[in-house]
Design a protein around this ligand. Structure first.
Ligand SMILES: Nc1ncnc2c1ncn2[C@@H]1O[C@H](COP(=O)(O)OP(=O)(O)O)[C@@H](O)[C@H]1O
Ligand SMILES: [Mg+2]
Length: 365
């Protein structure tokens, strides 16, 4: 039976026109599995967003449903063509036609969370380190894979520079602040130009996942290189990734790079747990007033576009850079600072999101 709510949702969706085809979303066959609760008007559907379709359509669809006076719809975005294989921006390993292995859980290493960003310098590594230490402080067993082949900063951020030892053919991770660490930086000269080809990246990641003596972990955080490339693809193919968090800055006018990165995870069924906005204004320690030095709204825009929560806004923190250079994450160096407080909050949310996305995890309260 057609309900008025269903009709309203359908009308709202068909009022959004895909400029590529000139058709409304339903007519263009972009909406699948539409369900609408006749009583509450709550709706959910799958959005078939092709690679050439404007990504803003998803937001427009959400807004159209809300504008029709209905609750925010639950939207799952899929790519009708399936995972990226031969698009022009697909990583080398994909272009080579290498069959994708089925991702599996690696026994003992817990929930794998990828920390990604559209571009470098937004604070991806800073966020990874601090989330890891915050989770370890709450009693979880945590490891980090520094998979940023182009800028492996983790050894410096942890103040760890020695070469990891091996025992019985297995690599022993280094440890600081209660977090185990394996970094590509341990294996290469920091200043050596790192031109890594897809197959090598795959091999190293495999080694980090399978040949490192992690012991038992609850969480393994992966600091990814910026953008969408071989490392991201390799990771999601080799191990079941529980979720990705995307780090961005407030001044991102165009959220394009970060959005493409996030879409890549969605295409391979890795849920995007949320967006973290870093360098989000400066809180004057004297007055407690917030100053938005670099504009506002980048994180919210990206989160909105993706239909995922904005997990938090981390302010620019005086002293963070110096502490990081001494190998001290800000949650350790200045635990009561605004940045540390919000980073711990975000760690709690990430943990919660992993739990609510249906993944079992010991809850320590
Ligand atoms: N919230 C912040 N406040 C102050 N400095 C920050 C903040 N976040 C990151 N930084 C500094 O900005 C630089 C880039 O951060 P980093 O985490 O290395 O970025 P990415 O890994 O994305 O390239 C580093 O010097 C880092 O210490
Ligand atoms: Mg980095």
């Amino acid at each position: 039976m057609t309900t008025p709510h269903l009709e309203r949702v359908r009308a709202a969706l068909d009022s959004v026109i895909n400029s590529r085809t000139g058709q409304g979303l339903l007519a263009a066959n972009m909406i699948d599995q539409l369900t609408v609760d006749g009583a509450t008007g709550e709706s959910s559907f799958t959005f078939r967003l092709g690679r050439d379709d404007p990504a803003t359509l998803v937001r427009q669809a959400r807004q159209a449903v809300i504008a029709a006076g209905l609750p925010q719809p639950k939207i799952t975005v899929t790519d009708p063509a399936g995972p990226a294989k031969t698009t022009h921006d697909a990583p080398q390993s994909a272009q080579a036609g290498v069959p994708a292995p089925t991702p599996m859980e690696v026994p003992g290493i817990g929930k794998v969370i990828a920390v990604s960003s559209g571009k470098g310098g937004v604070g991806k590594s800073t966020v990874t380190v601090n989330l890891a230490v915050a989770l370890a402080d709450s009693g979880y067993r945590v490891g980090i894979i520094d998979a940023d082949f182009y800028g492996p900063d983790m050894p410096r951020m942890f103040g760890l520079f020695e070469k990891p030892l091996t025992r019985n053919g297995r690599i022993l991770p280094l440890e600081a602040h209660g977090v185990k660490l394996m970094s590509i930086g341990f294996m290469i000269d920091r200043d050596a130009p790192a031109i890594w080809r897809g197959p090598i990246i795959t091999k190293i990641l495999k080694q980090f996942l399978h040949d490192v003596e992690w012991g038992e972990l609850d969480f393994l955080l992966c600091d990814m290189p910026p953008g969408t490339g071989d490392a991201q693809l390799s990771l999601v193919q080799q191990v079941l990734v529980s979720g990705a968090v995307i780090v961005t800055t407030p001044q991102e006018v165009s959220v394009g790079d970060a959005l493409r990165g996030a879409k890549m995870f969605e295409r391979v069924n890795v849920p995007v747990l949320g967006v973290i906005e870093n360098m989000s204004g400066f809180i004057d320690p004297a007055t407690g007033m917030r100053h938005d030095l670099f504009g506002t709204g980048g994180g919210a825009r990206l989160a909105d576009e993706l239909g995922v929560p904005l997990l938090g806004q981390i302010p620019l923190q005086a002293g963070l850079v110096d502490a990081a250079d001494r190998g001290e994450p800000i949650v350790v160096a200045a635990p009561t600072s605004a940045a540390a407080v919000i980073l711990r909050e975000i760690a709690g949310l990430v943990r919660q999101r992993v739990v609510t996305s249906g993944i079992s995890l010991p809850i320590l309260e």
